[in-house]
Design a protein around this ligand. Sequence first.
Ligand SMILES: NC(=O)c1ccc[n+]([C@@H]2O[C@H](COP(=O)([O-])OP(=O)(O)OC[C@H]3O[C@@H](n4cnc5c(N)ncnc54)[C@H](OP(=O)(O)O)[C@@H]3O)[C@@H](O)[C@H]2O)c1
Length: 164
Amino acid sequence: MPGAHTPRTVLVTGASSGIGHELARHLAVDEHTTVVPHARTPQEGQDAVDRLVKDGAEPLRLRTVAADFSKLSDVAAMARRVTAEFPCLDALVNNAAVAGARSRILTIDGHEMTPQVNYLAPYLLTRRLWPALSASLTGRASWPPPCSAGTPPAARPSPTRSAR
Ligand SMILES: NC(=O)c1ccc[n+]([C@@H]2O[C@H](COP(=O)([O-])OP(=O)(O)OC[C@H]3O[C@@H](n4cnc5c(N)ncnc54)[C@H](OP(=O)(O)O)[C@@H]3O)[C@@H](O)[C@H]2O)c1
């Protein structure tokens, strides 16, 4: 992770409630941190953002993403969106999870629900975001920079964000 005053971008999965939301709230207090709260649906994500803003977070440093972890295609699509918007990602907090199901439920992908949501989906997300996570470690020393982590998306000059 970069130093205390270096802009950084942190994605927190399962930030619609519980520990994930509380973590997002704590991170959003830092003016150098862009927080990407993940939720199961766009509406839940917007609700989470609204609560964070109500608690004092700067809206320009919040960028919600959504994916239902019971659909791996959703997870892959979310990883593509995150990578496109944040070529450098400083941290991924794999927090989203379900408690063990009482009955055997299969996902659309043919896996049992609990291991898919708690293991397969975070694994896929981590693998797909690995280039962005790695870029945040190496990209800061390169020129032109692959991204400017932590800069509010609305304020970023997109033409300068060239791939390395
Ligand atoms: N609370 C504890 O005592 C405790 C103890 C040990 C470990 N943990 C771990 O800490 C983490 C958070 O726990 P918590 O108590 O804060 O849980 P929580 O309040 O139930 O929050 C879980 C989060 O994961 C999301 N999620 C669940 N299924 C999902 C799916 N299919 N797709 C996308 N998102 C999904 C939930 O979204 P929805 O609101 O849409 O369901 C919610 O945002 C979990 O990894 C848990 O295993 C918690």
